[in-house]
Design a protein around this ligand. Structure first.
Ligand SMILES: [Zn+2]
Length: 414
């Protein structure tokens, strides 16, 4: 897929007619603006023809799956790996500051009155995730004319369980679908643990069991409990009895289910974009399983977008979020004679920045370390080194700056 921008930079429908793209570039009717994902900008006026594009987002704390689809085609799919080092980094910084305070250093006047948390404050690790989600959505809006955004906000719909007679278009799904919803709720309530052996059987397959039969007890959460498959089978064979302590329904508020991060993300989306709607994990799961689709973040996102039958060209982008800047000024260890060694590297070393995409022996890598001697550490996206030592920067060719995301295109089977 080649992504196309109009003369004024507005996104147009992408194309898979590579011959046409080549001709446009050759005749100077278009220019390349981005190498990965490959994006061109037309240099002449065109009509603004667009189709309806849905953007499905599977928000998560470790990965994001995103899929942009029309009714019959997958236009862009991405699996984003988020940063998980924030908590570590912040607590290391806290340690350093604590040491400095206990050391006898010269007195400095307080510089800011920054001891109050502003409204809507989130922990830095959560804020970082919300921001990464929003950046990804914004990045996609730059290359595709997205019409609707659909985000999965929780694995089940608590409103539907509280009042089963609720009506409205989004609630008409049928009895079978309702059970999937209650099922996800029960799993969450029981902390995804077997309520009989409490996880001792080491069986990862969980069933939701009817305490009284479905006919007499019904599908209400207080008639359901989580059992591992081992316990479930043994119970039905009459080999074990279930404990008395099987949990009844508990009270939660909506934010508990959605998680702070997904909640904040969804609210921001609604502020920033015109057409945003939500869906639930049990619906996604039902669609994925009944269509025999593999469990991948981008596949979930495709189901969320509402066009699960869209045909994919079997290319998925992998994005990995990396830090943009390191604010530590000095190394923590003080050298002999009280010299503090600088921790700040030059912005560019031999013309290269950290995480730049480079070419070496016909393959693409990223710069993970630079030395002023001109020897660099280049690696693939998942951190595999190219060779044991470092490599002279004269042998590598600059391709693109990363802007905080390492990007790779991968071939997949679905
Ligand atoms: Zn069990």
């Amino acid at each position: 897929m080649v992504y196309v921008l109009g003369k004024n930079g507005q996104p147009l429908m992408p194309t898979d007619r590579h011959g046409k793209v080549r001709r446009l570039l050759k005749n100077n009717k278009a220019k390349v603006v981005k190498k990965c994902p490959f994006t061109i900008q037309l240099l002449y006026e065109t009509t603004n023809y667009t189709q309806e594009i849905n953007l499905g987002i599977d928000a998560g704390s470790k990965n994001i799956g995103i899929s942009a689809t029309t009714k019959d085609k997958v236009l862009f799919e991405v699996d984003v790996e988020l940063r998980n080092d924030i908590v570590d980094k912040i607590s290391t910084r806290q340690q350093y500051r604590r040491t400095r305070r206990s050391n006898k250093l010269r007195y400095r006047k307080p510089r800011f009155n920054n001891r109050k948390r502003p409204d809507g404050w989130l922990a830095p690790s959560v804020q970082q995730k919300v921001d990464s989600h929003l950046t990804m959505v914004a990045k996609i809006h730059k290359i595709l004319p997205i019409t609707n955004i659909i985000a999965e906000v929780a694995s089940f719909d608590i409103q539907k369980i509280k009042n089963p007679d609720i009506s409205g278009v989004e609630y008409q799904q049928g009895e079978q679908m309702d059970f999937w919803n209650v099922r996800e709720y029960v799993l969450f309530r029981d902390n995804h643990t077997c309520q009989c052996c409490k996880g001792k059987s080491k069986d990862n397959i969980l069933n939701v069991h009817h305490i009284k039969s479905r006919k007499t007890g019904g599908n209400a959460p207080n008639n359901l409990t989580t059992l591992c498959e081992t316990c479930h089978t043994r119970y039905h064979q009459g080999l074990i009895e279930l404990p008395e302590s099987i949990k009844r329904g508990q009270r939660f508020n909506d934010a508990t289910f959605m998680g702070i991060m997904r909640w904040a993300f969804y609210n921001k989306l609604k502020e920033n974009y015109p057409s945003v709607s939500l869906t639930y994990g049990y619906i996604t799961k039902n669609i994925r399983i009944s269509n025999n689709l593999p469990k991948e973040h981008y596949i979930d996102a495709r189901c969320i977008s509402g066009n699960f039958a869209a045909i994919s060209n079997r290319e998925v982008f992998y994005y990995k979020k990396v830090r943009c800047h390191n604010r530590q000024i000095h190394k923590a260890k003080i050298l002999k004679g009280g010299i503090k060694k600088s921790n700040q590297a030059q912005y560019k070393v031999k013309g290269f920045r950290l995480y730049d995409r480079v070419a070496y022996q016909g393959k693409q890598y990223f710069i993970f370390g630079r030395r002023t001697s001109g020897f660099f550490d280049i690696r693939t996206l998942n951190g595999t080194k190219v060779n044991k030592g470092s490599l002279s920067c004269k042998k590598i060719k600059f391709l693109e700056t990363s802007h905080g995301y390492l990007i790779e295109k991968r071939k997949v089977t679905t």
